[in-house]
Design a protein around this ligand. Structure first.
Ligand SMILES: Cc1cc2nc3c(=O)[nH]c(=O)nc-3n(C[C@H](O)[C@H](O)[C@H](O)COP(=O)(O)OP(=O)(O)OC[C@H]3O[C@@H](n4cnc5c(N)ncnc54)[C@H](O)[C@@H]3O)c2cc1C
Length: 446
Protein backbone atom coordinates (compact mmCIF):
# COMPACT_ATOMS: atom_id res chain seq x y z
CA UNK A 1 0.00 0.00 0.00
CA UNK A 2 1.27 3.48 -0.84
CA UNK A 3 2.49 5.37 2.23
CA UNK A 4 0.62 8.66 2.13
CA UNK A 5 0.05 11.52 4.61
CA UNK A 6 -1.46 14.99 4.75
CA UNK A 7 0.14 17.74 6.84
CA UNK A 8 -2.00 20.81 7.61
CA UNK A 9 0.13 23.95 8.09
CA UNK A 10 3.58 24.66 6.65
CA UNK A 11 4.82 26.63 9.65
CA UNK A 12 7.89 25.59 11.60
CA UNK A 13 6.63 22.26 12.89
CA UNK A 14 4.66 21.18 9.78
CA UNK A 15 7.54 21.86 7.40
CA UNK A 16 9.94 19.95 9.64
CA UNK A 17 7.56 17.03 10.14
CA UNK A 18 7.01 16.69 6.39
CA UNK A 19 10.79 16.17 6.02
CA UNK A 20 10.73 13.42 8.67
CA UNK A 21 7.80 11.71 6.91
CA UNK A 22 9.44 11.92 3.49
CA UNK A 23 12.64 10.45 4.94
CA UNK A 24 10.50 7.46 5.94
CA UNK A 25 9.13 7.09 2.41
CA UNK A 26 5.73 8.79 2.87
CA UNK A 27 4.23 10.80 0.05
CA UNK A 28 3.28 14.08 1.79
CA UNK A 29 0.74 16.68 0.73
CA UNK A 30 1.10 19.79 2.84
CA UNK A 31 -1.68 22.38 2.85
CA UNK A 32 -0.86 25.94 3.94
CA UNK A 33 -3.36 28.79 4.02
CA UNK A 34 -0.69 31.46 3.43
CA UNK A 35 0.98 32.20 0.12
CA UNK A 36 4.39 30.76 -0.67
CA UNK A 37 6.83 32.92 1.31
CA UNK A 38 9.47 32.29 -1.35
CA UNK A 39 7.37 34.44 -3.69
CA UNK A 40 5.50 36.71 -1.31
CA UNK A 41 8.06 37.18 1.48
CA UNK A 42 7.52 36.13 5.05
CA UNK A 43 4.30 37.37 6.60
CA UNK A 44 4.89 36.49 10.21
CA UNK A 45 2.63 38.48 12.46
CA UNK A 46 4.62 36.99 15.31
CA UNK A 47 8.11 37.26 16.78
CA UNK A 48 10.85 38.03 14.26
CA UNK A 49 13.45 35.91 16.01
CA UNK A 50 13.31 32.89 18.29
CA UNK A 51 15.62 31.24 20.80
CA UNK A 52 16.68 27.78 19.67
CA UNK A 53 18.10 25.36 22.19
CA UNK A 54 19.22 21.73 22.48
CA UNK A 55 15.83 20.10 21.85
CA UNK A 56 15.29 22.11 18.68
CA UNK A 57 18.80 21.48 17.36
CA UNK A 58 18.41 17.70 17.73
CA UNK A 59 15.35 17.71 15.47
CA UNK A 60 17.10 19.93 12.92
CA UNK A 61 20.10 17.58 12.93
CA UNK A 62 17.79 14.68 12.09
CA UNK A 63 16.39 16.71 9.21
CA UNK A 64 19.96 17.47 8.06
CA UNK A 65 19.57 21.23 8.33
CA UNK A 66 21.14 22.17 11.69
CA UNK A 67 24.48 23.38 10.30
CA UNK A 68 22.87 25.64 7.73
CA UNK A 69 20.70 27.30 10.40
CA UNK A 70 23.50 27.57 12.95
CA UNK A 71 25.68 29.41 10.42
CA UNK A 72 23.34 32.40 10.65
CA UNK A 73 22.33 32.04 14.32
CA UNK A 74 23.69 34.19 17.14
CA UNK A 75 24.79 32.51 20.35
CA UNK A 76 23.34 34.07 23.51
CA UNK A 77 25.52 32.87 26.39
CA UNK A 78 23.47 34.49 29.12
CA UNK A 79 21.07 37.17 30.26
CA UNK A 80 22.14 40.79 30.32
CA UNK A 81 20.02 42.58 32.91
CA UNK A 82 19.43 46.32 32.57
CA UNK A 83 18.60 48.15 35.81
CA UNK A 84 16.51 51.36 35.76
CA UNK A 85 19.69 53.43 36.21
CA UNK A 86 21.22 51.76 33.15
CA UNK A 87 23.61 49.48 35.06
CA UNK A 88 24.00 46.06 33.48
CA UNK A 89 24.78 42.66 34.98
CA UNK A 90 25.43 39.45 33.09
CA UNK A 91 24.26 35.97 34.19
CA UNK A 92 25.50 32.99 32.15
CA UNK A 93 22.76 30.54 31.12
CA UNK A 94 24.87 27.45 31.69
CA UNK A 95 28.45 26.29 31.66
CA UNK A 96 31.05 27.79 29.36
CA UNK A 97 30.21 26.87 25.78
CA UNK A 98 26.49 26.42 26.51
CA UNK A 99 24.23 28.94 24.81
CA UNK A 100 20.81 29.44 23.35
CA UNK A 101 20.71 30.78 19.78
CA UNK A 102 18.77 33.61 18.24
CA UNK A 103 17.45 32.50 14.83
CA UNK A 104 15.23 34.27 12.34
CA UNK A 105 11.69 32.82 12.31
CA UNK A 106 11.24 33.66 8.61
CA UNK A 107 14.71 32.38 7.66
CA UNK A 108 14.15 29.11 9.51
CA UNK A 109 10.70 28.53 8.03
CA UNK A 110 12.03 29.29 4.55
CA UNK A 111 14.97 26.89 4.96
CA UNK A 112 12.64 24.12 6.17
CA UNK A 113 10.26 24.65 3.24
CA UNK A 114 13.18 24.61 0.78
CA UNK A 115 14.59 21.36 2.17
CA UNK A 116 11.16 19.72 2.23
CA UNK A 117 10.38 20.90 -1.30
CA UNK A 118 13.60 19.37 -2.65
CA UNK A 119 12.26 15.99 -1.62
CA UNK A 120 10.37 14.36 -4.53
CA UNK A 121 7.79 12.93 -2.11
CA UNK A 122 6.72 16.31 -0.65
CA UNK A 123 4.11 18.41 -2.42
CA UNK A 124 3.23 21.90 -1.10
CA UNK A 125 -0.21 23.45 -1.66
CA UNK A 126 0.03 27.12 -0.66
CA UNK A 127 -3.06 29.37 -0.47
CA UNK A 128 -5.05 26.32 0.64
CA UNK A 129 -7.03 26.70 3.82
CA UNK A 130 -8.29 23.60 5.61
CA UNK A 131 -11.63 24.26 7.27
CA UNK A 132 -12.75 20.87 8.47
CA UNK A 133 -11.59 17.31 8.97
CA UNK A 134 -13.92 14.34 8.91
CA UNK A 135 -12.07 12.13 11.35
CA UNK A 136 -13.90 8.93 10.48
CA UNK A 137 -13.39 9.06 6.73
CA UNK A 138 -10.06 10.90 6.93
CA UNK A 139 -11.11 13.57 4.45
CA UNK A 140 -10.37 17.28 4.63
CA UNK A 141 -12.29 20.25 3.35
CA UNK A 142 -9.83 22.57 1.59
CA UNK A 143 -10.56 26.00 0.12
CA UNK A 144 -8.38 27.74 -2.44
CA UNK A 145 -9.31 30.78 -4.55
CA UNK A 146 -12.91 30.47 -3.40
CA UNK A 147 -13.24 26.85 -4.50
CA UNK A 148 -13.78 24.17 -1.87
CA UNK A 149 -12.71 20.61 -2.52
CA UNK A 150 -11.86 17.51 -0.50
CA UNK A 151 -8.58 15.72 0.05
CA UNK A 152 -8.12 12.27 1.58
CA UNK A 153 -5.37 10.44 3.38
CA UNK A 154 -5.22 7.64 5.87
CA UNK A 155 -2.86 9.80 8.00
CA UNK A 156 -3.46 13.45 8.86
CA UNK A 157 -1.17 15.70 10.92
CA UNK A 158 -2.51 18.96 12.37
CA UNK A 159 0.39 21.40 12.54
CA UNK A 160 -1.80 24.44 11.98
CA UNK A 161 -0.88 26.36 15.09
CA UNK A 162 -2.67 27.56 18.22
CA UNK A 163 -6.01 28.14 16.47
CA UNK A 164 -5.89 24.80 14.67
CA UNK A 165 -8.81 23.77 12.51
CA UNK A 166 -7.77 20.12 12.78
CA UNK A 167 -8.03 20.37 16.57
CA UNK A 168 -11.37 22.16 16.24
CA UNK A 169 -12.68 19.14 14.33
CA UNK A 170 -11.38 16.75 17.01
CA UNK A 171 -13.01 18.89 19.70
CA UNK A 172 -16.37 17.52 18.65
CA UNK A 173 -15.29 14.08 19.90
CA UNK A 174 -16.96 13.15 23.20
CA UNK A 175 -14.65 13.57 26.25
CA UNK A 176 -12.16 15.75 24.37
CA UNK A 177 -10.55 18.03 27.00
CA UNK A 178 -9.66 21.56 26.00
CA UNK A 179 -8.33 24.49 27.99
CA UNK A 180 -7.34 27.95 26.80
CA UNK A 181 -5.93 30.61 29.15
CA UNK A 182 -4.99 34.12 28.16
CA UNK A 183 -2.49 36.15 30.18
CA UNK A 184 -3.48 39.62 31.38
CA UNK A 185 -0.36 40.75 29.52
CA UNK A 186 0.10 41.39 25.83
CA UNK A 187 3.23 42.04 23.81
CA UNK A 188 4.50 44.48 21.22
CA UNK A 189 7.64 44.27 19.09
CA UNK A 190 10.01 47.21 18.61
CA UNK A 191 13.45 47.54 17.06
CA UNK A 192 16.95 48.64 18.00
CA UNK A 193 18.49 49.17 14.55
CA UNK A 194 22.06 48.15 13.70
CA UNK A 195 24.85 50.64 14.28
CA UNK A 196 27.34 51.76 11.60
CA UNK A 197 28.42 48.91 9.27
CA UNK A 198 25.99 46.44 10.82
CA UNK A 199 27.53 46.76 14.29
CA UNK A 200 25.65 45.74 17.43
CA UNK A 201 24.83 48.68 19.71
CA UNK A 202 24.51 46.52 22.82
CA UNK A 203 26.20 43.22 23.73
CA UNK A 204 25.66 40.87 20.80
CA UNK A 205 25.91 37.50 22.59
CA UNK A 206 23.21 37.98 25.21
CA UNK A 207 19.47 38.00 25.67
CA UNK A 208 18.80 41.44 27.12
CA UNK A 209 16.19 41.90 29.84
CA UNK A 210 14.84 45.05 31.44
CA UNK A 211 12.92 43.49 34.39
CA UNK A 212 10.46 45.91 35.98
CA UNK A 213 8.25 43.87 38.30
CA UNK A 214 4.96 43.16 36.59
CA UNK A 215 6.26 44.14 33.16
CA UNK A 216 9.49 43.87 31.17
CA UNK A 217 11.28 44.54 27.92
CA UNK A 218 13.54 41.97 26.27
CA UNK A 219 15.80 42.11 23.19
CA UNK A 220 17.28 39.36 21.00
CA UNK A 221 20.02 39.98 18.42
CA UNK A 222 19.53 39.56 14.66
CA UNK A 223 22.39 38.73 12.28
CA UNK A 224 21.95 42.13 10.59
CA UNK A 225 23.18 43.89 13.78
CA UNK A 226 19.70 44.94 14.87
CA UNK A 227 17.82 43.70 17.94
CA UNK A 228 14.15 42.77 18.09
CA UNK A 229 12.74 44.10 21.36
CA UNK A 230 9.52 42.79 22.88
CA UNK A 231 7.60 44.74 25.50
CA UNK A 232 5.45 42.54 27.76
CA UNK A 233 2.91 44.68 29.57
CA UNK A 234 -0.57 44.27 31.11
CA UNK A 235 -3.45 45.29 28.85
CA UNK A 236 -5.05 47.28 31.67
CA UNK A 237 -3.99 48.98 34.91
CA UNK A 238 -1.61 51.75 36.00
CA UNK A 239 1.30 50.65 33.76
CA UNK A 240 -0.42 49.11 30.79
CA UNK A 241 -1.07 49.28 27.08
CA UNK A 242 -4.36 51.14 27.70
CA UNK A 243 -2.32 53.97 29.31
CA UNK A 244 0.01 54.26 26.31
CA UNK A 245 -2.23 55.85 23.71
CA UNK A 246 -0.48 59.17 23.10
CA UNK A 247 3.03 59.99 21.86
CA UNK A 248 3.81 61.75 25.16
CA UNK A 249 2.65 58.81 27.27
CA UNK A 250 4.79 56.36 25.28
CA UNK A 251 7.85 58.63 25.42
CA UNK A 252 7.47 59.29 29.17
CA UNK A 253 6.95 55.60 29.95
CA UNK A 254 10.18 54.66 28.18
CA UNK A 255 12.08 57.60 29.73
CA UNK A 256 10.96 56.42 33.17
CA UNK A 257 11.55 52.69 32.88
CA UNK A 258 13.78 51.98 29.90
CA UNK A 259 15.91 55.11 29.40
CA UNK A 260 18.99 53.25 28.12
CA UNK A 261 16.88 51.33 25.59
CA UNK A 262 14.97 54.46 24.54
CA UNK A 263 18.24 56.04 23.40
CA UNK A 264 18.63 53.15 20.92
CA UNK A 265 15.07 52.95 19.53
CA UNK A 266 14.75 55.92 17.16
CA UNK A 267 11.33 54.95 15.79
CA UNK A 268 9.77 54.13 19.15
CA UNK A 269 6.59 56.18 18.85
CA UNK A 270 5.93 55.31 15.21
CA UNK A 271 6.58 51.59 15.74
CA UNK A 272 4.53 51.60 18.93
CA UNK A 273 1.48 52.88 17.06
CA UNK A 274 2.01 50.76 13.94
CA UNK A 275 2.98 47.38 15.40
CA UNK A 276 0.18 45.23 16.76
CA UNK A 277 -0.37 44.50 20.44
CA UNK A 278 -0.70 40.73 20.55
CA UNK A 279 -2.11 38.29 23.09
CA UNK A 280 -0.38 35.46 24.95
CA UNK A 281 -2.21 32.18 25.35
CA UNK A 282 -1.67 28.74 26.85
CA UNK A 283 -3.58 25.92 25.15
CA UNK A 284 -3.82 22.39 26.48
CA UNK A 285 -5.89 19.53 25.13
CA UNK A 286 -6.30 15.78 25.41
CA UNK A 287 -6.19 13.57 23.37
CA UNK A 288 -3.88 14.77 20.61
CA UNK A 289 -4.62 11.76 18.43
CA UNK A 290 -7.53 9.95 16.84
CA UNK A 291 -7.02 6.20 16.42
CA UNK A 292 -4.28 5.48 13.86
CA UNK A 293 -5.38 8.41 11.66
CA UNK A 294 -4.92 11.89 13.13
CA UNK A 295 -2.24 13.49 15.24
CA UNK A 296 -1.72 17.07 16.43
CA UNK A 297 1.83 18.42 16.76
CA UNK A 298 3.30 21.74 17.90
CA UNK A 299 1.15 24.71 18.90
CA UNK A 300 -2.04 23.03 17.65
CA UNK A 301 -1.97 20.76 20.71
CA UNK A 302 0.19 22.75 23.13
CA UNK A 303 0.62 26.49 22.68
CA UNK A 304 2.60 28.04 25.55
CA UNK A 305 3.68 31.51 26.62
CA UNK A 306 7.14 32.41 25.29
CA UNK A 307 9.05 32.93 28.54
CA UNK A 308 11.12 29.74 28.50
CA UNK A 309 11.84 30.02 24.77
CA UNK A 310 10.49 26.48 24.36
CA UNK A 311 7.35 26.70 22.16
CA UNK A 312 9.07 25.86 18.89
CA UNK A 313 11.66 23.72 20.67
CA UNK A 314 8.94 21.55 22.20
CA UNK A 315 7.14 21.33 18.84
CA UNK A 316 10.40 20.19 17.21
CA UNK A 317 10.89 17.71 20.04
CA UNK A 318 7.39 16.33 19.22
CA UNK A 319 8.82 15.42 15.80
CA UNK A 320 11.90 13.72 17.28
CA UNK A 321 9.87 11.77 19.85
CA UNK A 322 7.21 10.68 17.34
CA UNK A 323 9.89 9.60 14.87
CA UNK A 324 11.71 7.59 17.54
CA UNK A 325 8.45 5.91 18.55
CA UNK A 326 7.70 5.02 14.92
CA UNK A 327 11.01 3.16 14.82
CA UNK A 328 10.31 1.50 18.15
CA UNK A 329 6.85 0.28 17.03
CA UNK A 330 7.87 -0.58 13.49
CA UNK A 331 5.52 2.05 12.02
CA UNK A 332 2.47 0.56 13.66
CA UNK A 333 0.50 3.81 13.83
CA UNK A 334 -2.07 2.61 16.36
CA UNK A 335 0.63 1.72 18.87
CA UNK A 336 2.80 4.72 18.02
CA UNK A 337 0.07 7.35 18.33
CA UNK A 338 -1.26 5.85 21.53
CA UNK A 339 2.23 5.82 23.14
CA UNK A 340 2.96 9.34 21.84
CA UNK A 341 -0.27 10.65 23.34
CA UNK A 342 0.44 9.03 26.68
CA UNK A 343 4.03 10.19 27.13
CA UNK A 344 3.96 13.54 25.42
CA UNK A 345 0.91 15.23 27.00
CA UNK A 346 2.40 15.29 30.54
CA UNK A 347 5.59 16.77 29.09
CA UNK A 348 3.68 19.46 27.20
CA UNK A 349 1.71 20.34 30.34
CA UNK A 350 4.98 20.56 32.28
CA UNK A 351 6.62 22.99 29.85
CA UNK A 352 3.41 25.06 29.82
CA UNK A 353 3.68 25.36 33.63
CA UNK A 354 7.42 26.06 33.47
CA UNK A 355 6.90 28.81 30.90
CA UNK A 356 4.34 30.54 33.14
CA UNK A 357 6.70 30.22 36.10
CA UNK A 358 9.59 31.68 34.09
CA UNK A 359 7.55 34.80 33.33
CA UNK A 360 7.63 35.63 37.02
CA UNK A 361 11.33 34.80 37.18
CA UNK A 362 12.20 37.03 34.23
CA UNK A 363 10.17 40.07 35.16
CA UNK A 364 10.52 39.95 38.98
CA UNK A 365 13.32 37.77 40.17
CA UNK A 366 16.22 38.42 37.85
CA UNK A 367 16.88 41.59 39.84
CA UNK A 368 16.32 39.96 43.24
CA UNK A 369 19.36 39.31 45.49
CA UNK A 370 18.23 35.90 46.78
CA UNK A 371 17.47 34.81 43.24
CA UNK A 372 20.89 35.91 41.98
CA UNK A 373 22.61 34.12 44.85
CA UNK A 374 20.58 30.97 44.16
CA UNK A 375 21.75 31.06 40.53
CA UNK A 376 25.39 31.38 41.63
CA UNK A 377 25.15 28.51 44.12
CA UNK A 378 23.32 26.35 41.56
CA UNK A 379 26.10 26.94 39.01
CA UNK A 380 28.73 26.16 41.66
CA UNK A 381 27.02 22.88 42.64
CA UNK A 382 26.64 21.94 38.98
CA UNK A 383 30.38 22.54 38.40
CA UNK A 384 31.30 20.50 41.44
CA UNK A 385 28.84 17.64 40.82
CA UNK A 386 27.95 17.73 37.11
CA UNK A 387 26.00 14.46 37.21
CA UNK A 388 24.44 14.87 40.63
CA UNK A 389 23.08 18.40 40.28
CA UNK A 390 21.76 19.98 37.06
CA UNK A 391 19.97 23.33 37.53
CA UNK A 392 16.37 23.35 36.29
CA UNK A 393 17.08 25.90 33.53
CA UNK A 394 19.90 23.70 32.19
CA UNK A 395 17.70 20.59 32.28
CA UNK A 396 15.06 22.31 30.19
CA UNK A 397 17.40 24.11 27.84
CA UNK A 398 20.52 21.97 27.44
CA UNK A 399 19.31 18.37 27.87
CA UNK A 400 16.65 16.00 26.58
CA UNK A 401 15.36 15.13 30.04
CA UNK A 402 11.54 14.95 29.68
CA UNK A 403 9.96 18.26 30.70
CA UNK A 404 7.75 16.54 33.29
CA UNK A 405 10.82 15.08 35.01
CA UNK A 406 12.58 18.45 34.91
CA UNK A 407 9.56 20.18 36.45
CA UNK A 408 9.40 17.64 39.29
CA UNK A 409 13.15 17.99 39.87
CA UNK A 410 12.79 21.79 39.82
CA UNK A 411 10.23 21.58 42.63
CA UNK A 412 12.69 19.48 44.68
CA UNK A 413 15.41 22.05 43.95
CA UNK A 414 13.14 24.78 45.35
CA UNK A 415 13.13 22.88 48.64
CA UNK A 416 16.93 22.60 48.58
CA UNK A 417 17.39 26.33 48.04
CA UNK A 418 14.91 27.23 50.72
CA UNK A 419 17.23 25.41 53.12
CA UNK A 420 20.45 26.81 51.66
CA UNK A 421 19.22 30.42 51.68
CA UNK A 422 18.20 30.01 55.34
CA UNK A 423 21.85 29.36 56.32
CA UNK A 424 23.18 32.20 58.48
CA UNK A 425 25.23 34.85 56.61
CA UNK A 426 24.73 32.98 53.34
CA UNK A 427 24.99 36.20 51.33
CA UNK A 428 28.48 36.91 52.73
CA UNK A 429 29.90 33.43 52.37
CA UNK A 430 28.29 30.76 50.23
CA UNK A 431 31.04 28.47 48.92
CA UNK A 432 31.04 26.64 52.25
CA UNK A 433 31.06 23.17 53.76
CA UNK A 434 27.67 23.96 55.31
CA UNK A 435 26.11 24.37 51.84
CA UNK A 436 27.61 21.03 50.78
CA UNK A 437 26.17 19.37 53.89
CA UNK A 438 22.70 20.72 53.16
CA UNK A 439 23.02 19.57 49.55
CA UNK A 440 24.12 16.06 50.54
CA UNK A 441 21.32 15.71 53.10
CA UNK A 442 18.79 16.83 50.44
CA UNK A 443 20.26 14.38 47.96
CA UNK A 444 19.80 11.51 50.45
CA UNK A 445 16.19 12.52 51.11
CA UNK A 446 15.43 12.39 47.38
C1 LIG B 1 6.27 36.44 21.00
C2 LIG B 1 6.64 35.01 20.83
C3 LIG B 1 7.96 34.62 21.02
C4 LIG B 1 8.34 33.29 20.90
N1 LIG B 1 9.62 32.95 21.12
C5 LIG B 1 9.99 31.64 21.07
C6 LIG B 1 11.35 31.26 21.30
O1 LIG B 1 12.21 32.10 21.59
N2 LIG B 1 11.67 29.93 21.23
C7 LIG B 1 10.73 28.98 20.95
O2 LIG B 1 11.07 27.78 20.93
N3 LIG B 1 9.44 29.32 20.69
C8 LIG B 1 9.05 30.61 20.74
N4 LIG B 1 7.76 30.97 20.47
C9 LIG B 1 6.77 29.91 20.15
C10 LIG B 1 6.78 29.53 18.67
O3 LIG B 1 6.55 30.67 17.89
C11 LIG B 1 5.72 28.49 18.37
O4 LIG B 1 5.77 27.46 19.33
C12 LIG B 1 5.90 27.89 16.97
O5 LIG B 1 5.75 28.90 16.00
C13 LIG B 1 4.90 26.78 16.74
O6 LIG B 1 5.05 26.30 15.45
P1 LIG B 1 3.83 25.58 14.72
O7 LIG B 1 4.36 25.16 13.38
O8 LIG B 1 3.25 24.56 15.62
O9 LIG B 1 2.72 26.69 14.55
P2 LIG B 1 2.77 28.04 13.67
O10 LIG B 1 4.14 28.59 13.66
O11 LIG B 1 1.67 28.88 14.18
O12 LIG B 1 2.42 27.54 12.19
C14 LIG B 1 1.12 27.13 11.85
C15 LIG B 1 1.00 27.18 10.33
O13 LIG B 1 -0.27 26.66 9.97
C16 LIG B 1 -0.89 27.53 9.03
N5 LIG B 1 -2.35 27.37 9.19
C17 LIG B 1 -3.12 27.79 10.24
N6 LIG B 1 -4.40 27.45 10.05
C18 LIG B 1 -4.47 26.80 8.86
C19 LIG B 1 -5.52 26.20 8.12
N7 LIG B 1 -6.77 26.21 8.58
N8 LIG B 1 -5.25 25.63 6.93
C20 LIG B 1 -3.96 25.61 6.45
N9 LIG B 1 -2.91 26.17 7.10
C21 LIG B 1 -3.16 26.75 8.30
C22 LIG B 1 -0.39 28.91 9.41
O14 LIG B 1 -0.51 29.83 8.34
C23 LIG B 1 1.06 28.60 9.77
O15 LIG B 1 1.91 28.64 8.66
C24 LIG B 1 7.36 32.30 20.57
C25 LIG B 1 6.04 32.69 20.37
C26 LIG B 1 5.68 34.02 20.50
C27 LIG B 1 4.24 34.40 20.30
Amino acid sequence: MEKKAIVVGAGLVGSLWSIFLAQRGYKVDIYERRSDMRKEGFVGGRSINLAMSTRGWKALEKAGIAEEIKADAIAMDGRMMHAVNGETTFQPYGKEGQAIYSVSRGGLNLALINIADKHPLVNFHFDHKVSKVDKKSGSLQVTSEGITSTADASLIFGTDGAFSSVRASLQRTPRFDYQQDYLDHGYKELEIPAGPNGSFLIEKNALHIWPRGHFMLIALPNSSGSFTCTLFLPFEGPQSFEQLKTNDAIQTFFETYFADALALIPDLVKDFHENPTSTLVTIRCNPWVYKDKICLLGDSSHAIVPFYGQGMNSGFEDCTVLDEMLSEFDEDWTKTLSAFNETRIPDANAIADLALRNFIEMRDLVGDEDFLLRKKIAAWLHDKYPDRFIPLYSQVTFTHIPYSKALAEGRRQDQLFEKILAIENIHQDWKTEKVIQVFEAWEKEN
